[in-house]
Design a protein around this ligand. Structure first.
Ligand SMILES: NC(=O)c1ccc[n+]([C@@H]2O[C@H](COP(=O)([O-])OP(=O)(O)OC[C@H]3O[C@@H](n4cnc5c(N)ncnc54)[C@H](OP(=O)(O)O)[C@@H]3O)[C@@H](O)[C@H]2O)c1
Length: 243
């Protein structure tokens, strides 16, 4: 049962990794959290893992590349809660690790479908529910690998990770962030891109150095901003990142 004081959040790609940890942290802060996953079984298992911590979340099927699944999820939110306070566009894939000169069109398409067109489509479909909510907050889970400025510094620690599809998909997600924030400026929205940092998850074969809990804390911070919080920015643990 939703009370007026209880904000509602939806996290995509929430069945594992950073998304699962974000979901858990928002639930611990009292949010009603829709744990969105493209596979129902994986969503149910993730809900069970959160329940073992004494927290409740609502699993919902949502494949960010499937318009029908996005529409069905939006319809369920409309019926159950009627509004959405926070959207975390977290779902993402790495794709084939190919440098620019070897990246084929299929790899580029697959990664852009999940990392760019997905968040754009989910946001567009959920915007009426976000407008009906009180907090009007959107977080796009990006990466410092999407920063063109950082890639142009030879001493950027991740300079060797020169993967056209993944890196440029996050650059495009950043562009969506800036332009959407500008469009929604007059409507008291906060739209930000957040870099969770190099984190041990399936995405990188668990080579990342930080825990999902620590990565999720950064995202949760920008997902729970109050009305005075920034919009149109690109943030990491230590502050702003260059585009
Ligand atoms: N890990 C890092 O070092 C790092 C650094 C910077 C940014 N990020 C970003 O953080 C986000 C989360 O990544 P992660 O590291 O937690 O990776 P992960 O453990 O591989 O989790 C990715 C999640 O996205 C879901 N997903 C993939 N395609 C989807 C689709 N079409 N529809 C819905 N869900 C989909 C996956 O679902 P399935 O389980 O069904 O595959 C999974 O739940 C991504 O956007 C990633 O780019 C990660």
């Amino acid at each position: 049962m939703k009370t007026d004081a209880q904000p509602v959040a939806l996290v995509t790609g929430a069945n594992k990794g950073i998304g699962l940890a974000i979901t858990q942290q928002l639930a611990a802060r009292g949010y009603i959290v829709y744990l969105a996953s493209r596979d129902e079984q994986r969503g149910a298992e993730a809900k069970a893992s959160i329940e073992r911590l004494g927290l409740d979340v609502r699993p919902i099927r949502l494949d960010v590349t499937d318009a029908d699944s996005i529409a069905t999820a939006a319809g369920r939110l409309q019926d159950e809660v009627g509004s959405l306070d926070v959207l975390v566009n977290n779902a993402g894939i790495a794709g084939q690790p190919l440098p620019p000169s070897q990246c084929d069109a299929q790899t580029l398409r697959e990664v852009y479908e999940a990392n760019v067109i997905g968040p754009v489509s989910v946001t567009r479909r959920l915007l009426p529910l976000l407008r009906a909510g009180h907090r009007r907050t959107i977080v796009n889970v990006s990466s410092e690998l999407g920063s063109l400025t950082l890639h142009s510094y030879p001493d950027f620690p991740f300079a060797p990770v020169n993967l056209l599809a993944y890196c440029s998909s996050k650059t495009a997600l950043n562009a969506f962030t800036v332009l959407l924030a500008k469009e929604l400026q007059g409507e008291n929205f906060r739209v930000n891109a957040v870099n969770p940092g190099f984190t041990a998850t399936d995405l990188n074969g668990f080579t990342g150095k930080r825990s999902v809990e620590r990565a999720a804390e950064i995202v949760a911070k920008y997902a729970t901003l109050d009305a005075s919080g920034p919009t149109g920015g690109f943030f990491t643990e230590s502050g702003m990142l260059p585009w």
